[in-house]
Design a protein around this ligand. Structure first.
Ligand SMILES: Nc1ncnc2c1ncn2[C@@H]1O[C@H](COP(=O)(O)OP(=O)(O)OP(=O)(O)O)[C@@H](O)[C@H]1O
Length: 292
């Protein structure tokens, strides 16, 4: 378990990360979201020890983290970090060797990853001869090459087209296994699909954390009511709910104090009902609400 405990970072007179605490649990993918400048990269740098916190700690399995533990992590920094003029296989072997793998193990691990990432036939190409998407794949492969004990990936999907994102997320799910995995992203639809847990920063502060379902549970309860023929405008006079929109027999309502069962009972008491359905709040809305 990787843990940020009251992490704070001050640059000059500005606090860019302010008392941020969260956990990255093994076997679960944790999405790190927040607008530009929210403090995600700074926090990840503190987790990785690239930047010292002004105060607070990083814990690994409950104890203060050591440089030795951090060396076992896989990290994809915002500024990336591979050599543009080095061949792919050579590069992966190099990073594996840096982390202490034997020459034979490094070679077979590099070959395995090139295979998984569909890059075997590019093994002897230089990194900068690859498309951006393939370069990103190599970056992720390099973070995985030494069989890391945790993964910290800063915007691993930025600049990828939807198909590339899809194949990359499948690979990550398969490769991350039971590791703690933290990744930052602006792509909320992707975060919603891929993540088990979420950490949301806004202006350097933690504004929400928990499972995607927990965060949804904190949001407003919205329902779509479809009546059989009759106009739904009467719902505007019902206490305990707010009508967001009415279009003939269809109404979108937010329950303020009324429980869902009472909404169903109220609608049925008035006349025939086609459906009363909970609207799943998209993560983008939750994100907007918590970041306000
Ligand atoms: N070395 C530094 N010196 C001064 N200010 C910094 C430094 N590094 C980051 N900042 C500031 O800290 C704030 C947080 O930046 P950070 O890169 O952590 O945010 P982010 O959430 O990763 O944003 P993005 O999504 O745009 O990458 C920004 O206002 C940035 O300008």
């Amino acid at each position: 378990m990787l843990e940020a405990h009251s992490l704070t970072r001050v640059f000059g007179s500005t606090t860019v990360v302010d008392d941020v605490s969260f956990r990255v649990t093994p076997g679960r993918i944790t999405g790190f979201v927040g607008a530009n400048g929210a403090g995600k990269t700074t926090t990840m740098r503190m987790l990785m020890g690239v930047l010292a916190p002004s105060s607070g700690d990083v814990l690994w399995n409950g104890s203060p983290i050591t440089a030795g533990v951090r060396r076992t992590f896989g990290y994809m920094p915002e500024e990336r970090g591979l050599y543009p003029r080095m061949k792919l296989r050579e590069q992966l072997v190099f990073f594996a060797r840096l982390h202490g793998l034997s020459a034979a193990d490094a070679g077979s691990r590099a070959d395995d990853l090139l295979g998984h990432f569909d890059l075997t036939d590019r093994a002897d190409d230089l990194l900068d001869e690859l498309s951006l998407g393939n370069q990103q794949r190599v970056q992720i492969a390099a973070a995985l090459v030494h069989r890391p004990s945790a993964l910290v990936l800063d915007e691993p999907f930025s600049g990828l087209d939807p198909l590339a994102v899809e194949s990359m997320t499948d690979l990550l799910r398969a490769e991350a296994g039971d590791l703690p995995l933290l990744f930052s992203s602006h792509q909320l639809d992707l975060v919603e699909r891929l993540c088990d847990d979420l950490v949301v920063l806004s202006g350097g502060r933690l504004v929400a954390s928990g499972t995607v379902e927990e965060l949804r549970g904190q949001g407003a309860e919205r329902f779509r009511v479809v009546l059989d023929g009759q106009d739904a405008a009467w719902l505007r006079d019902v206490r305990g709910l707010t009508v967001d929109d009415v279009d003939g027999p269809v109404a979108l309502v937010t329950l303020d104090t009324m429980p869902p069962s009472e909404l169903v009972a109220t609608a049925v008491a008035r006349g025939p009902v086609v459906e009363v359905a909970r609207i799943r709040q998209p993560l983008s809305e939750i994100f907007r609400e918590v970041s306000r």
